[in-house]
Design a protein around this ligand. Structure first.
Ligand SMILES: [Ca+2]
Ligand SMILES: [Ca+2]
Ligand SMILES: [Ca+2]
Ligand SMILES: [Ca+2]
Length: 464
């Protein structure tokens, strides 16, 4: 591997971002290379909450928020006692179950949860869970979490320390910045950057009795149920296009993962060269499995539509040149969407791990026909954060490590030949259709087909 060292002669100040006078050696990421990054700071101290409160004024119409209304009326899906949730944060559970307990506890107790979250952090071996415990504390605890965040600045794991730096700035208690690191870009990738996302998802399910149930999905639980998500961009198109990819590992019986892409388009405001604010939307066709589980055709399949809105902000790192600009070091925002949760799936524990919302059981799709309204019963609202990450654990930050699974336009390309495997396909869920069996009990025939142009059309039969 050819390695280049690019160290700016003068460190650009974060207040006065300076673009490189010439494109980066090697044309940015056009060949595999590494750069050494001197300490960086992102200036995350914008007080977004104060800005919104000031600028939106006092008209209640501005403050109407469906998620808040649902929070007031929803029963918790997780009916464990606090003592049981605290116990679940401890040893003997998987990282996912520990982290899910962390977020359930945080969501219940808000700022009062911080001491319990700190104890979970101090006893936690998995840095992913420590990062998300830190996020939960900063998210719900605010200034009560400052001591916790300062503790995490000394964490043994550099990814945890970088997140602690971010939260320290976001809590408004001072700029810490990032230490020096190496960054690597990979050749032959469709995207200049792939940023792994930590997603906190609240799913509000309207039950057949017209009551509401709130399901809290922590970042690792999202990976299990919905899939591991990356935000993929190129420097040239990132202000109007982003492809989100998701993967559920070992989903099919042959061990194949389940993949989907979401093609986001929208608008970006970038009057400050190193800060962007954006609003994007994705509209995709998806097979709608009436069973409520991806690939499970036992109750029939219909055409569905996914509508997925994300609004957020990214910050460039003026020490990491990519092509003729800089890399996104950190991104955050919120999203809303609609979907379907089968009550039967929601109450049945497939794998016996004590958690009844299992892999593939949350469908982010809506059948739009008026007479099929029962197939939209979930409102989905949450937040996400992502930073440039060392994804393979070699100590070097990765700009675009994940193997590309789609074309630049977002069409699935699992054979990596640069062309869509099937015209306009954005999900592998179709591999199980017409086989009369449900995932994960379906052999992988590798077939990926388009959703087709119809709307609300029944694709296969089956009891409903
Ligand atoms: Ca289940
Ligand atoms: Ca389970
Ligand atoms: Ca790495
Ligand atoms: Ca292909």
């Amino acid at each position: 591997m050819a390695a280049f060292t690019v160290v700016p002669a003068v460190r650009p100040s974060a207040q006065e971002p300076v673009k490189p006078a010439t494109p980066a050696p090697g044309g940015g990421l056009t060949q595999e290379r590494e750069i050494d990054v001197v300490p960086s700071q992102l200036n995350l101290g914008d007080d977004l909450k104060a800005m919104v409160a000031t600028d939106l004024g006092v008209d209640p119409a501005e403050w109407t928020h469906f998620r808040v209304a649902l929070d007031r009326v929803s029963r918790r899906f997780d009916t464990r006692s606090d003592a049981e949730v605290i116990k679940a944060m401890g040893v003997g559970n998987s990282s996912t179950l520990r982290e899910q307990a962390v977020f359930e506890y945080a969501d219940r107790h808000r700022e009062k949860a911080v001491p319990g979250l700190l104890r979970a952090y101090q006893n936690e071996a998995d840095p992913r869970v420590r990062i998300d415990a830190l996020w939960a504390a900063a998210k719900f605890g605010g200034t009560n979490a400052v001591g916790f965040v300062k503790t995490a600045l000394e964490d043994s794991n550099i990814e945890v320390r970088e997140w602690a730096s971010i939260f320290h700035e976001e809590l408004g208690v001072g700029v810490v910045g990032f230490g020096s690191r190496k960054v690597r870009g990979y050749a032959g990738r469709v995207f200049d950057q792939s940023i792994p996302l930590h997603i906190l998802c609240n799913v509000y399910v309207k039950t057949p009795l017209k009551t509401w149930v709130k399901v809290v999905l922590s970042p690792l639980k999202i990976e299990e149920v919905f899939g591991k998500c990356h935000a993929n961009t190129t420097v040239a198109s990132r202000e109007h296009r982003m492809v989100m990819t998701k993967r559920i590992k070992n989903y099919y019986t042959d061990g194949a993962p389940h993949y989907e892409t979401f093609r986001f388009h929208g608008l970006t405001e970038r009057t400050n060269p190193n800060t962007a604010n954006f609003a994007f939307v994705s509209t995709e066709k998806r097979p709608f499995f009436v069973s409520g589980q991806i690939g499970n055709t036992s109750a029939g399949v219909m055409d569905g539509d996914v509508n997925f809105v994300r609004v957020g902000q990214w910050k460039l790192d003026p020490n990491i040149p990519v092509r003729d600009d800089f890399a996104i070091r950190y991104v955050k925002g919120n999203f809303l969407s609609w979907g379907y949760v089968s009550m039967a799936q929601l109450l049945d524990d497939d794998d016996g791990d004590g958690s009844t919302l299992d892999r593939g059981e949350f469908l982010r799709a809506v059948v739009a026909d008026d007479d099929k309204g029962e197939y939209c019963n979930a409102f989905v609202s949450g937040t996400w954060k992502g930073k440039m990450t060392d994804e393979d654990g070699d100590g070097i930050l990765d700009l675009n490590l994940p193997e590309t699974i789609c074309t630049a336009a977002g069409w699935l390309d699992l054979d990596h030949d640069g062309k869509a495997d099937e015209p306009r396909a954005t999900t592998t869920a179709y591999r199980t259709i017409n086989r009369g069996q449900g995932a994960p009990n379906v052999p992988n025939d590798g077939r990926v087909v388009d959703v087709g142009p119809s709307r609300g059309r029944e694709i296969t039969g089956g009891a409903r």
